[in-house]
Write a protein that binds this ligand. Structure first.
Ligand SMILES: Nc1ncnc2c1ncn2[C@@H]1O[C@H](COP(=O)(O)OP(=O)(O)O)[C@@H](O)[C@H]1O
Ligand SMILES: [Mg+2]
Length: 394
């Protein structure tokens, strides 16, 4: 491991790597690592990223490439050897490897135990329910009889999820009846997390940054708008009553403390007639925080670096009365939003982010944020710029 003073000595574990830049290792080199690299440049932090390909988005943005795999322990050790702290842009590292790195004295943020809550939806439901956090009713099924018994209590349709590995709605299905349940059970390994199909008034997300000392900074509540179970838009402030927003922020802060998270925690919530329910946790920068780049005093990417390096956390207030972000998704015709960038840049107020990823239908390729005085206008402008990039603007 590098000769770092980030080993927990002293009352405040802040980064004082005298005479050199702190080095942060990121497992993964996708768009989250790429935007973290953008923030690292401003702070003079060096980023090393572990990934298979030197063509990955964060490497092409200037992060140092450590070739290797997130699921090879030796490669994780190689990454850690050059870094003061190791963090993640995805959930693919086996939790036991994170714990083994910690046992070697590597500073990992967040810890393996905390990560498991983001890696395994069933484990998260069980752990958070046992701790008294509000979660949707849930069950687990390996066999059809278990699905039928859950449906008897909760009715059809049901929502079924793979406990691990799902993202952007891949790994989430609506089951209309026993036949569709039987087909799905045949197709998936490892059983299914089951939930009733909830009536959701708003889907919300709250970001919390937490340091190892337990200091937190909580962001304003964001409404996330999904289509086909994939997040398409972010709206801040979320159009909910102030008391509900305060409850959401307080719930997210409690969750961050409960998990012992270090860095950014994104808490996805369902706002229902029965109150707020915790859907998912991500213990890293998250799509729901992309609007913080222009829309908040401190972007989630800078805040993540501050938190994992033990530095003071930045302000989280919105920079405008309204902020809207739209995700740019690879169009069905396989065309490339980069070819339409110039047209999108003609849209006044549109902050365009493209991730440097090869276009594929349904793949998140970028986002656009608009800040301003009027929520509806921001939303329409962001939607328009996204439509231009996706080749759908008329
Ligand atoms: N129990 C549920 N009832 C209704 N909709 C749900 C339920 N669970 C998930 N969804 C919808 O599916 C989306 C994706 O589910 P989620 O568990 O967050 O998976 P992912 O890991 O793909 O984001 C949610 O944002 C929501 O729109
Ligand atoms: Mg989700």
């Amino acid at each position: 491991m590098s000769a770092s003073v980030l080993t927990g000595a002293g009352p405040k574990r802040s980064a004082t790597t005298s005479g050199r830049a702190p080095v942060v290792g990121v497992v993964g080199a996708g768009q989250l690592a790429r935007m973290t690299q953008q923030a690292a440049i401003s702070l003079g932090v060096e980023l090393h990223v572990l990934s298979a390909s030197a063509d990955d988005p964060a490497v092409r943005a200037g992060a140092r490439h450590v070739p290797g795999s997130a699921t090879e322990f030796a490669d994780l050790v190689t990454l850690a050897a050059g870094c003061d702290v190791v963090t993640f842009d995805h959930e693919l590292v086996p939790a036991k490897y994170i714990q083994e790195l910690e046992a070697l004295g590597v500073r990992v943020a967040p810890s393996g135990a905390a990560q498991r809550l983001a890696q395994d939806k069933l484990h998260a439901r069980r752990t958070l329910a046992a701790a008294g956090f509000p979660v949707p009713a849930f069950g687990y099924a390996r066999e059809l009889a278990q699905v039928l018994s859950f449906a008897e209590t909760h009715g059809w349709p049901l929502i079924a999820k793979t406990p691990t590995g799902g993202y952007d709605g891949r790994g989430v299905w609506t089951l209309a009846d026993a036949a569709s349940a039987a087909r799905l059970l045949d197709d998936v390994d490892g059983g299914l997390l089951l939930e009733p199909q909830l009536r959701i008034d708003h889907e919300l997300a709250v970001l919390v940054a937490r340091t190892a000392e337990g200091e937190t900074a909580v962001y304003p509540v964001v409404e996330t708008v999904q289509r086909d179970a994939m997040c398409r838009e972010l709206l801040a402030p979320a159009p909910i009553a102030p008391a509900r927003a305060a409850a959401a922020r307080s719930l997210a802060r409690s969750l961050a403390h409960h998990c012992g998270a270090v860095g950014i925690v994104a808490v996805e919530l369902f706002d229902t007639a029965d109150g707020l329910l915790v859907n998912e946790l991500a213990l890293r920068p998250h799509n729901s925080g992309h609007l913080t780049i222009e829309g908040c005093e401190t972007s989630q990417f800078e805040q993540h670096l501050r938190a994992i390096l033990g530095w003071p956390l930045g302000g989280t207030a919105l920079t405008a009365p309204a902020v809207a972000t739209g995700n740019v998704i690879g169009p069905a015709d396989g065309s490339d939003p980069r070819d339409r960038l110039a047209a999108a840049l003609e849209v006044p107020g549109a902050h365009v982010h493209l991730y440097g990823k090869a276009p594929r239908p349904g793949r998140k390729l970028g986002h656009v944020t608009v800040c301003g005085p009027d929520p509806e206008r921001c939303r329409r402008t962001a939607q328009f710029a996204v439509a231009v990039l996706e080749g759908a603007a008329r």
